[in-house]
Design a binder for this molecule. Structure first.
Ligand SMILES: Cc1cc2nc3c(=O)[nH]c(=O)nc-3n(C[C@H](O)[C@H](O)[C@H](O)COP(=O)(O)OP(=O)(O)OC[C@H]3O[C@@H](n4cnc5c(N)ncnc54)[C@H](O)[C@@H]3O)c2cc1C
Length: 405
């Protein structure tokens, strides 16, 4: 394995890093004030600058106006962008739009791409992805209450979703709904595009997350579909293809998430070291002289470095053997990196003392919003089950055939 980053991508990483420092980090102070309109106005300017420099859509191929990066290259870009909560938004690769763009580019018809994908690519609209429901365990994704029945040329949706990230202000939602109730579990649901101005679609509220309701892209909504009618042509792929489409981008999506989390770790680590090296406990006596702080710095560095190697290895395995055969590595990095993220944030906050829990630094935002890393993209416990199940199978214990999942 070669540890050197090839020169062209290193130059791009340097450019993105400089762009973040110069244009994105200054907007963070506004973001911490919890008022979205000024943030949105500032980010419109930042995004226009990024687009003009070609720092736009790292997740898409050149054919779709993107940067045309490999999985590994995109991972390295995600790491740099992770340093700021606004990094991905600046380059138009924020969740959930990035995933929706990939889905529409891959599975959308020409009409769907023209109407829904092109404005997303241009950065003129946003979208959301509505799958999780308050009344059904999201960890069992095939168990959905939301259904869409066919009536003539239309699909009629009824259901209740929540944690639909970025629904506030989104032009459309991609909704996972049961259309084939008699099919096998993984072939019951379809993805359906629902414009948010469709009668019967209601954004009930933005859900407060640890005291932060957020707004616009930085929010999570509860939404309802009540007799919500859309053209049948708004279905993505064939009826019952919902999980097939979702699974196709799970592995690569996980590499991007994990690398973004490592970018957050690096920022929190920098801040921890900076504080340890400059905070005086008494005149001339620095916090960094205390062994506990030294332990945290040493442990964090090694945890970040080893997690990073694991993620790069998983990306390499996906490229080499495909995401199905790389299941152990892909699930492994999900829970491992989420845990490292939590450890490093926790230590950095503690090193900052009271300052660490204020909104005067970015740490509190990361702590509030990235606690969810252990829950979204598959709860950690589910991924641990996947890893153990795959490994035990190599020793002759087949948990799948025993019905234990
Ligand atoms: C910040 C954030 C953003 C999100 N954005 C979106 C979005 O845009 N669109 C969307 O549709 N959803 C979104 N979600 C929802 C997310 O996908 C679900 O929260 C997740 O799938 C878990 O489902 P649940 O919350 O219903 O928890 P449950 O399924 O009820 O699980 C609760 C807990 O039970 C434990 N558990 C579950 N299964 C097992 C198991 N098999 N073995 C052992 N323990 C288990 C885990 O600890 C888990 O945390 C988001 C969530 C968060 C936190």
């Amino acid at each position: 394995m070669d540890f050197a980053v090839p020169e062209p991508i290193q130059a791009t990483l340097n450019e993105i890093r400089e762009f973040l420092d110069a244009h994105v980090l200054p907007v963070e102070a506004l973001f911490r004030d919890h008022e979205m309109p000024p943030v949105e106005a500032a980010m419109r300017e930042v995004r226009a600058k990024a687009k003009a420099r070609g720092l736009w859509l790292p997740q898409l191929s050149k054919r779709h106006g993107g940067m045309g990066l490999s999985l590994l290259e995109h991972g390295l870009v995600s790491e740099v962008l992770g340093r700021s909560p606004l990094g991905n938004w600046a380059l138009n690769c924020q969740a959930p739009d990035a995933g929706n763009m990939e889905i529409l580019a891959e599975y959308g018809t020409r009409e769907q791409r023209e109407r829904f994908l092109d404005p997303l690519i241009a950065g003129d609209t946003r979208s959301c992805f509505a799958m999780t429901e308050p009344d059904k365990a999201g960890s069992n994704p095939v168990w959905l209450g939301t259904a869409a029945r066919r009536e003539g040329d239309e699909l009629v949706l009824d259901g209740h979703k929540w944690f639909t990230s970025g629904a506030d202000g989104a032009a459309f939602a991609i909704v996972m709904a049961v259309t084939e109730p008699e099919g096998p579990p993984h072939k019951r649901a379809s993805m359906i595009i629902v414009p948010t101005d469709t009668p019967g679609y209601t954004l009930v509220r933005n859900i407060s997350v640890m005291g932060d309701v957020g707004g616009g892209w930085a929010s999570h909504a509860e939404v309802r579909f009540e007799g919500c009618r859309v053209p049948a042509a708004n279905m993505l792929g064939f009826p019952g293809a919902g999980f097939l489409i979702a699974q196709a981008r799970l592995g690569p999506g996980r590499i991007h998430h994990c690398m973004r989390w490592l970018g957050i770790c690096e920022r929190a680590f920098d801040m921890m070291c900076q504080r340890a090296a400059t905070r005086e406990l008494a005149p001339g006596k620095f916090l960094g002289e205390k062994q506990t702080i030294q332990n945290w710095i040493a442990e964090s560095r090694v945890e970040i470095d080893s997690a990073r190697l694991a993620v790069l290895h998983a990306a390499w395995r996906i490229d080499a053997v495909g995401q199905k055969a790389a299941r152990v590595e892909v699930s492994g990095i999900k829970f491992h990196v989420a845990k490292v993220l939590r450890n490093v944030l926790e230590r950095s906050i503690q090193t900052h003392g009271a300052l660490g829990i204020t909104d005067d630094t970015v740490l509190s935002f990361f702590y509030r919003h990235e606690r969810g890393a252990q829950i979204y993209d598959g709860a950690d416990e589910v991924h641990k089950t996947v890893v153990a199940r795959e490994l035990l199978e190599r020793y002759g214990l087949n948990l799948r055939s025993r019905g234990t999942k």
